[in-house]
Design a binder for this molecule. Structure first.
Ligand code: 5RP
Length: 243
């Protein structure tokens, strides 16, 4: 219980550090999903309410983020809207794993599809995590989420197994049956026995028919994604990696 309390504080500390150093008035701002990213939204809401920030046009990466923004009066727009025109100045999000090259696994909250669209549409990208998310190799401890259309549940799992992965359909907790994403899809959580090349797999997994997106975040083709990573440590310090 005590450990959980500390972790919540650590999540909040990383989120506040990122917002306070990166978010400026007038920004088109992508807001991530999860128990760390929610503190980003709350901090933005607080600064808007105090008049320290103005004229933020936000993009929410999930129903969770959208509802949180609604509660706090943060104006949210679709990415296709005239206000955002498909581009963001900055996105701040959480992550499930961060490797030494700041490559990521995301999608623990099932929002990987829109989170990746936001990340790849952003001029700057920041990640907020506590130190428990740091790993040497991605995908060994935390499974990589793969979002598939419902019709491809079995065929995609078989194709993933051919690539050497073990695939498990993600089950819902307070609903019978599988998790259904914000876009009506299912999630196969996949594990590999040994470390893999994340950049190769990010592209390769999406070649399987019926796969919509996967949780490796290494960058769009031809461009490496290097987020600025805010890491909160148990001793109260914040480490910042990247530009
Ligand atoms: C949601 C995500 C989250 O950012 C990721 O799962 C981390 O969540 P948390 O901060 O709750 O540990 O990718 O799809």
């Amino acid at each position: 219980m005590e450990e959980q309390h500390i972790t919540q504080e650590m999540k909040e500390a990383a989120a506040r550090a990122a917002v306070d150093s990166l978010v400026c008035s007038g920004m088109k701002l992508g807001l991530g999903t999860g128990s760390t990213a929610v503190h980003v939204i709350r901090r933005v809401g607080e600064l808007l309410a105090r008049g320290k920030l103005k004229d933020i046009r936000a993009f929410a990466t999930s129903f969770q983020s959208e509802i949180e923004c609604e509660k706090l009066g943060i104006p949210v727009f679709p990415l296709n809207s005239r206000e955002l025109s498909g581009g963001l100045d900055l996105t701040i999000d959480g992550a499930d794993e961060v490797d030494p090259r700041s490559r990521l696994i995301k999608g623990g909250g099932g929002a990987l599809l829109i989170e990746k669209i936001a990340a790849y549409a952003s001029a700057s990208y920041a990640i907020v995590v506590d130190e428990s998310k740091l790993v040497e190799n991605l995908g060994v401890r935390f499974p990589v989420p793969v979002e598939v259309i419902p019709e491809a549940r079995v065929t995609a799992a078989l194709a993933l197994e051919k690539l050497g992965a073990q695939a498990a359909l993600r089950e819902a907790v307070r609903k019978a049956g599988p998790v259904v994403t914000d876009h009506g899809n299912l999630i196969l959580d996949i594990r590999f026995a040994a470390p893999q090349d994340p950049a190769f797999l990010e592209a390769e997994l999406n070649r399987i028919p019926g796969v919509v997106e996967n949780g490796f975040f290494t960058g769009p083709p031809g461009r490496v994604l290097v987020p600025r990573v805010y890491i909160s440590r148990a001793d109260g310090s914040i480490e910042v990696r990247g530009n």
